[in-house]
Design a protein around this ligand. Structure first.
Ligand SMILES: [Zn+2]
Ligand SMILES: [Zn+2]
Length: 385
């Protein structure tokens, strides 16, 4: 395996940088997907599917009548964040950048594809999924609904995410819940505007909006024990009616909040709880209310056996394992696959001082290609043996 990696690393680094240059946001990953499919074609997969749940791509290796199957997943999308000026392999799309390292995650799978070409699996179907629209939380759901995915029905699914803040090449793994469930909620308050000298003739949502922010912020702490991770974060609030004017009271308001919980069931309890609070406040102020939900992510629940396998392979390769006690508060739409498959999502340390994900200064550390690839090849070897 080491000689394979030595032989291919410089080509993989250039592929990673090319993907960085192609950066495209969720649902617009057309050129990235075309490039990925072209590279995959060179590795002679048994099947190559494009247009999966949007721009998704799946390559399949190994026999039809395999004993078992495993699918590795990477994400195609970048973020609406530009690369800094004077960046070496800067994105060709202005204001779009790979600031979550999905270019690196794709490269692990492209390396695995080259390896699979040279080491055709005998017992297992190995599939590589390049999933669209992860950042917007829609991609996994759409892949699940795709007839090609339904037919392939992978028994096991594995993905990694690079994690700044952890020692480079360390493997962060946990059985059970790994990332949290979350949902974005938007509450639109509808009152009536008036002349600011005669607020009594209108119905400003201002005080209700303030009450609502307080109530939502306090909700999680008041409703769950300290052992349950539940969090409500207000992300946006606005009072409005046309232009801002000192002579007019507002007639409309909106509050946006992100609800998070370690377990999907807890989040499912929080949603109606928040709705009830907001409804009560709006009716007390005689305001109209419209509620919307967006970007729903469920908990990623890791499979015990796959977790043990990754730990064992990490140890064999001299990679340090870190086992957090609690699930991460962030969310990943990979959790959606827990419904149909045994899943394993783990972290790969990107360096303690490395700029955080979704920050402009972030770039995927190319050194991680080696450790990521070792873990994935190791897992295929273990399943095949
Ligand atoms: Zn991200
Ligand atoms: Zn990401």
């Amino acid at each position: 395996m080491d000689s394979f990696i030595d032989q291919h690393i410089s080509e993989l680094v250039s592929k990673r940088r090319r993907l960085h240059e192609l950066a495209e946001v969720s649902n617009k990953e057309k050129n990235t997907a075309e490039q990925v499919a072209a590279w995959l074609k060179e590795t002679d997969p048994e099947e190559l599917h494009t247009g999966i749940g949007g721009h998704g791509v799946i390559a399949v290796y190994g026999p039809d009548d395999a004993e078992g199957s495993i699918m590795f997943r990477a994400e195609l999308d970048a973020l609406p964040i530009a690369d800094p000026d004077d960046f070496e392999h800067a994105s060709e799309n202005p204001d779009v950048g790979h600031k979550c390292g999905h270019d690196g995650h794709m490269t692990h799978l492209l390396g695995l594809a080259v390896w699979l070409k040279e080491n055709t699996p005998k017992k297992t179907r190995v599939m590589l999924l390049f999933q669209p629209a992860e950042e917007s939380g829609e991609g996994a759901e759409r892949v699940l609904e795709d007839p090609v995915f339904k037919k392939l029905k992978p028994e096991r699914m594995v993905a990694l995410h690079n994690l700044p803040g952890y020692a480079k090449h360390s493997v962060i793994l946990k059985k059970g819940a790994f990332t949290s469930a979350s949902v974005g909620m938007m509450f639109h308050l509808e009152g009536e505007n008036s002349h600011a000298a005669h607020p009594e003739d209108g119905n400003s949502p201002a005080l209700a909006l303030a009450a609502l922010i307080n109530a939502l912020s306090a909700m999680a702490g008041n409703s769950f024990s300290e052992h349950t991770f539940a969090l409500v974060t207000i992300v946006h609030a606005r009072l409005s009616l046309g232009d801002v004017a000192f002579g007019t009271t507002p007639g409309k308001g909106v509050v946006m909040a992100t609800l998070r919980a370690a377990e999907t069931e807890v989040l499912e309890r929080m949603i109606p709880m928040a709705e009830k609070q907001v409804k009560g406040i709006c009716s007390a102020w005689d305001l109209g209310l419209k509620t919307e939900q967006t970007e729903y992510f469920q908990t990623t629940v890791n499979d015990d056996e796959l977790c043990d396998s990754i730990e064992q392979i990490a140890e064999e390769n001299g990679l340090e394992c870190i086992k957090p006690l609690y699930p991460f508060p962030w969310s990943e739409d990979f959790g959606r696959f827990s419904d149909v498959s045994r899943v394993m999502l783990f972290g790969l340390g990107a360096g303690k001082e490395h700029p955080q994900l979704h920050r402009q200064a972030y770039d995927y550390p190319d050194e991680l290609i080696v450790s990521g690839l070792k873990l994935f090849i190791g897992l295929v070897n273990q399943i095949e043996s």
